[in-house]
Write a new protein. Structure first.
Length: 189
């Protein structure tokens, strides 16, 4: 029986989080399966988290895994219902905005534990990526799905969400934001 351990998480300030990750050669796509399995085990060990980019676990490769469970709606205070997105592996992803419209929304990050901040992101994007079978996939995303794609791909280019924030006064601890949100709801009710 193989015993897996979660991979170590790179936190804000680690050099790998500010570097552009190396592309995976097309001939090596299928060889990424062990890395993806380790990343998934690590993501699952962190509870209800959405995504993980390889640089966040000290792996210098352009690999992202993500999923969007329905439970996301409460954590991020999403007003519009988003579709549930199943577990997805993206290798060498590239996204393009399909609208000039941006919206601010709450983001959190495994590399900045317990913090959240409001970040402007494009509301609509198209993206493509290779999967483990070497197939090039094309998808579109809107709303929170679009935000997740941009957030995770930022990690591949050496950015964390705080570098995209327009107003650092929105940076807060997640439990404080949740408490303040509950207090506001009690006042309205």
């Amino acid at each position: 029986m193989k015993i897996q351990q979660p991979l170590p998480i790179a936190r804000l300030g680690e050099k790998i989080l500010s570097q552009k990750a190396a592309p995976v050669p097309k001939a090596d796509l299928s060889k990424c399966l062990p890395i993806v399995e380790q990343m998934l085990f690590t993501l699952d060990s962190l509870g209800e988290r959405i995504g993980l980019a390889a640089p966040q676990v000290f792996i210098d490769k352009r690999i992202v895994i993500f999923r969007i469970p329905l439970s996301t709606h409460n954590r991020y205070q999403l007003e519009n219902k988003q579709e549930e997105i199943p577990f997805t592996v993206m290798i060498n992803p590239v996204w393009t905005q399909t609208s000039d419209t941006q919206e601010e929304g709450w983001e959190a990050c495994i590399s900045l534990p317990n913090l959240m901040g409001k970040v402007p992101r494009y509301t609509d994007v198209s993206y493509e990526y290779y999967d483990l079978d070497g197939i090039l996939n094309h998808r579109t995303a809107s709303g929170f799905h679009s935000r997740v794609i941009q957030h995770e791909c930022d990690h591949l280019d050496g950015y964390v969400y705080t570098q995209r924030m327009k107003d650092l006064s929105t940076l807060t601890f997640e439990d404080v934001r949740l408490k303040n949100t509950q207090n506001k709801q009690e006042l309205v009710a």
